[in-house]
Write a protein that binds this ligand. Structure first.
Ligand code: SF4
Length: 361
């Protein structure tokens, strides 16, 4: 608990009023805000995890257009869901959303549970998402803390502790629980997030336009540039790959990843792990490429960064004669246009773009 930030009841009331007034006058017009129906809110909350509104909005529109009700989403194939999600990353969100849709239809008559504990049992629903949906759709008094809210609260408190630490997060959550409006919890949560997105921005916050500036210690102490403090992330795992685009009889080999782990269920090209030294040296790669005679082109090094992995890779275009069809590679040999209906993960989409340029030049 942060005793230093205990506001009196009248002060807390004024704080909420100022923030809510600002929100009602300044909030962005977003499609899931138009009604208090849980399904659009649910879709938006899942899509917007680790994604900005600008990036997520086209995906939200695509999903609500294709699957306008929970039954439509539950009845879709996983491949269709992943295909629509393609390019947004963190594909576990899409798989979990699809699984949760099935559970909601089968076990909850197509509704989202009002009970917080039950909501937490659904795939892909953690404390943040449960609180966000339940407060907005059902007016439950549950405070949400995301990156935007953490920033606003640490600045309000002038809290210089590392926001990666669990005890700091608990402290932030505690203050959010104290501040949340009992009457308009959904609007309050959205207002805090909107303030963080539009006014209390990571760099150069617009304190002069902030409705809660008179409560803000970081502003009073001139510390907004240093708060919140976030310790450097642990270094990403480095991986080096050869991505094989194997062409046979005008068809390309595409493989589906297993149902577990990174990019589960997505599609891509066969991959071979190599060392950093091997990746840097195209001559060595020609030796590594299993049939040198078939090697048509090698790309320059490419890079794709995942949340925990820094991947560097080159693409090898291998043209194979029909008689090499004896090998037992798993996957589908597809014509180029057929690849469009498969959910291909981003690093391999970049590989495919490279292939398209090479094959038309
Ligand atoms: S006064 Fe400035 S730093 Fe404080 S909450 Fe408002 S925008 Fe953020």
């Amino acid at each position: 608990m942060n005793e230093r930030f205990m506001l009196s009841a009248p002060q807390t009331g004024r704080f909420r009023r100022k923030l809510l007034e600002w929100f009602r006058a300044n909030k962005r017009s977003l499609p899931w805000r138009k009604q208090k129906d849980w399904y659009p809110i649910y879709l938006a909350e899942i899509i917007l995890q680790q994604t900005t509104v600008e990036q997520g909005l086209p995906y939200y529109k695509a999903f609500i257009g294709r699957f306008p009700a929970i039954d439509d989403l539950a009845g879709a194939s996983q491949q269709d869901v992943l295909k629509l999600w393609q390019g947004l990353g963190y594909y576990a969100r899409a798989r979990n959303m699809h699984k949760a849709a099935g559970i909601l239809v089968r076990e909850y008559h197509g509704r989202f549970p009002r009970d917080y504990e039950q909501a937490l049992k659904l795939p892909g629903i953690g404390p943040y998402t449960a609180a966000a949906i339940l407060s907005q759709a059902y007016n439950r008094v549950l405070a949400v803390v995301d990156g935007n809210v953490s920033r606003v609260i640490t600045r309000l408190l002038a809290l210089e502790d590392d926001i990666r630490r669990t005890d700091t997060q608990k402290r932030i959550q505690h203050v959010a629980d104290l501040l949340i409006s009992r009457k308009y919890p959904g609007d309050f949560n959205e207002a805090m997030m909107e303030l963080g997105a539009l006014v209390c921005t990571p760099r150069a916050p617009r304190c002069g336009a902030c409705p809660i500036r008179f409560y803000c210690r970081a502003r009073a102490q001139g510390k907004t540039a240093h708060i919140p403090y976030k310790s450097p992330p642990s270094p990403k795992l480095k991986q080096y790959h050869l991505v094989m685009i194997r062409e046979r009889d005008s068809r390309l080999l595409l493989q589906q990843r297993s149902e577990d782990g990174l990019l589960a269920g997505m599609w891509g090209f066969p991959v071979r792990a190599v060392s950093e030294k091997e990746l840097k040296n195209p001559e060595e790669l020609k030796e590594i490429a299993f049939k040198r005679a078939l090697l048509k082109k090698i790309s320059s090094p490419m890079r794709h960064v995942y949340s925990h992995i820094d991947l560097k890779y080159r693409v090898l275009w291998l043209r194979e004669p029909k008689e090499s069809a004896r090998d037992k590679e798993k996957g589908c040999w597809l014509q180029r246009h057929e690849l469009e209906s498969y959910p291909i993960h981003k690093a391999h989409l970049k590989a495919l773009e490279w292939f398209d340029k090479q094959s038309t030049s």
